[in-house]
Structures are given as C-alpha cells and as structure tokens.
Design a protein around this ligand. Structure first.
Ligand code: DI6
Ligand code: FE
Length: 412
C-alpha cells in the first residue's frame, strides 16, 4: 500500500456515524478510523483495513460509537456577572422586552462586563466552556457584544482567543457590536453605528480578533436598514457575516442576511416564506436556538417544515448567554430541538456537526468524519446515536479526541 508516514492513532472495532451523507447518519458498523497529523487519514470497515498498515498507537473502541466532535455555532460565552435576578422577574411574569426597557437585559451585562478585567472574564468563562467540552464539543463560536466600547469588545474577543489557546477546543470569534445601543449613545443609534463601522470593526479586523460579524435585527435591537450598514461594512473588510433575525418579530432580517451572503441567520421563530426562500437561494444556514425559546417561554416555533421544504440547512446551538439562554449543554440543545421544534434525530445530530460547521464557514475542515478533515471526534458509551438526543443530564462520553490527540473529558 502507498502509506507515506505512519498513522498516529488507529481506532478499531468502532461504530462510526460519519454524518457525511446528505441525509441520515452515515452509519458504518464495525468500522475503523485512522488519524495522522491531526487529520483523518483513513476510515472504512474494519475488515477492509489495509494489510500491513503502519500504525503508531491503536485503540480498541469495543464497539462504541464514534461521531464528529460537536460544534456549538452560536454562543455569547464570555461576559461578566449573571442575570438570575431577571430569571426571577420572568418567572413573576415580566417579558424579555419589558426587562430590556426597564434597563435590564443586555445592558446590565454590558455594565458587569465593562468592569471585569481579562483574567476575571477568563475565569468566569472557562467553566462554561468546560461544560460544553465535557459533552463532546470540539468547536465553539463565541460572540462579543457585551462591551460595546472598543476596549471591552477587544477584551472579550481576546478572552475568547485565549480560551481557545489554553484548552483543547477550536474557538471561532464573532464581533457583535450591533447588539444594543450603549448608554453613552442613548437615543443615537446611528451615531453608535458610525463608531461600530468606522472605528471598532477596522480595529478588530486589523488585530485579527474577529473571524466574523453579527448583529441583532429586532425592535429592541437594530432596524434592518441599520443592520444592513454593519453587514456591508463587514463585507467590505472581507469578514463573513451572520445575523440574529426574526427572533421576536418578522423584520425581514433573514432575507437581508441572505442578500449579504450571510453564513447563517439565527433564531428565526418568526421567519416567513420569503425569508426562507432567500436563505435557501443564498445557502444561508438556519441556526435554531431552542434554549432561548424555552427560557423565554415562546410559543411560536421556528418553521421547521418550511425550512425543510425550501431546503434550508438547519443547525442547532446553545445560544449560551446570561439573559435568555444560560444553557451550557449541547446535548440538551439537541434534545430540545427534537422535543420542542420537531427535528428528527438525524437532523439534530447533523445540526450540531455538519450543518454547524457550515454555519461557521468551516465545512471543509470539521463537522463530519471524512478523510482530510480535522481529527476532532468523540467516542460515546451508547448503543444507538439516538441516545445523544435522549438522556436529560446523563453524559455518556467515553473518549474525546481533539486535533488528533486524546484529551481528558474535562469536568466543569
Ligand atoms: N439574542 C440573544 O439570544 C442574545 N442576544 C441576542 O441578540 C440575548 C442576549 C442577552 O439577553 O443578554
Ligand atoms: Fe444569541
């Protein structure tokens, strides 16, 4: 056989769910998978292993299931403080919009984040990240948007980069300057966006701190016209874009995102047919966030049947944030996507692997088990892949492999 250098690790007697087929799980029972230099070098049926393969280490999976590492493609993981007080208010009947108008909501986290130093932000965020990693997450997107001034946005993104550098996980950063109007620009949203587009974006771009740009298109956020400016400024700097769209009302955000060539439009409870068609045509991924839907006790579900019939790819993420989704469990996000939104098991598993990779522009690198992809994978102590969308609170992880290397399953 033509094997130039040895495989670093060969995993044998494994059941693979490659997620590489267009539909279904791509199941390969009694398979094997070989890793070399952080990438998948070979996979197939165990009995088809090339004779005389040159192997460094071998791992007997004992018929456990191997899936791609999960990808949490929408989080606001780095912030100061928490908002348990608002949780209490909501339990007493206040709405998200009412809390925001009363000076709570995003702005209260902005105040807490502005006074937190980098080490403090790092220490507060690391347990949240470890909770995700302990459930097999190997890639996580982290947004800024709780600083709104240049220094704090920069500090949030630097913290996100450090989380990625100091832990066996891939971190993708997103600048979310157009998340809320900061107090120093109260009543002057367009002036604030001049600052976002003219000062902050170019600075963060030059410093290499933002991999993408996001905005909040909503009655309590920014208008489509305002968001359009931000997306255009980002595109002009060569940065990919995405959008919080149609969460609480139909603003036409999804169509706007699609027309800007966005990687994803996220939330989408109020998405209409025109938006779905525009997303399908542009290849914009629908990122569904059942944690926020659940915590806000929303009743209008995202139009999953419409997304399916239009052929819009669906991803699922935690939307981890202190206000509307204090959720640090990708397994629970999948469970909720099935029980609340009606996703099928195979859709939910693709939504946190293949389609989540696409939502981050990383489809060529991660998200499926395929030769050439990064060797981010997890061995699970389960009988069937559906178990990953079934348990509530039990985490049946067995081994976690990041970038080709076995890493301990972290404890939060
Ligand atoms: N949508 C969300 O789900 C988060 N941000 C946004 O634009 C919520 C942010 C928060 O309430 O702190
Ligand atoms: Fe969000």
């Amino acid at each position: 056989m033509n094997q130039t250098s040895p495989w670093d690790l060969l995993i044998r007697r494994a059941h693979l769910a490659t997620l590489a087929a267009k539909s279904g799980l791509g199941e390969l029972v009694d398979g094997a998978i070989a890793l070399r230099e952080g990438r998948i070098a070979w996979l197939g049926a165990d009995r088809d292993l090339p004779a005389g393969a040159n192997v460094g280490a071998e791992l007997d999976a004992e018929r456990r299931w191997v899936l791609p590492g999960f990808i949490d493609c929408h989080t606001h993981l780095v912030y100061g403080g928490n908002r348990s007080l608002e949780h209490e208010m909501r339990l007493e009947g206040a709405s998200y919009a009412e809390i925001a108008q009363a000076g709570g909501g995003i702005r209260s986290t902005v105040a807490a984040t502005r006074i937190a130093g980098e080490e403090e932000l790092l220490a507060a965020s690391a347990p949240r990240l470890r909770a995700l990693m302990s459930e097999g997450v190997t890639t996580v997107e982290i947004k800024s948007g709780y600083g709104l001034d240049l220094e704090t946005e920069r500090r949030m993104l630097r913290t996100a980069r450090r989380l990625g550098a100091e832990n066996p996980v891939r971190v993708v950063t997103t600048y979310l300057g157009a998340h809320a109007v900061p107090p120093e620009y109260a009543g002057r949203p367009d002036d604030y966006l001049d600052f976002v587009c003219g000062t902050v974006l170019p600075a963060l771009r030059a410093e290499g701190l933002a991999d993408a740009v996001d905005a909040f298109c909503e009655t309590i956020g920014f208008t489509p016209q305002q968001v359009g400016r931000v997306l255009a400024a980002a595109r002009a700097l060569g940065l990919p874009v995405k959008l919080h769209a149609e969460q609480l009302s139909d603003q036409g955000g999804a169509a706007l995102a699609a027309s800007a060539g966005a990687l994803s439009a996220d939330h989408l409870e109020h998405l209409g047919e025109a938006g779905a068609r525009a997303m399908a045509a542009a290849g914009t991924v629908a990122v569904l966030l059942p944690g926020a839907f659940y915590c806000l006790r929303e009743t209008l579900r995202p139009p999953v049947e419409l997304l399916r019939s239009c052929g819009v790819p669906m991803a699922v993420a935690t939307d981890h944030n202190p206000g509307t989704s204090p959720l640090s469990s990708i397994l629970l996000a999948m469970h909720l996507a099935c029980t609340l939104f009606g996703l099928e098991i195979s859709e939910a598993l693709a939504a946190t692997t293949r389609e989540a990779a696409r939502a981050l522009g990383l489809a060529a690198e991660v998200g499926t088990l395929a030769v050439g992809k990064r060797a981010d994978l997890v061995l699970w102590e389960i009988e069937r892949p559906a178990e990953l969308c079934y348990h509530l609170g039990l985490v049946p992880t067995h081994h976690r492999i990041f970038d080709g290397a076995l890493s301990d399953v972290p404890r939060p």
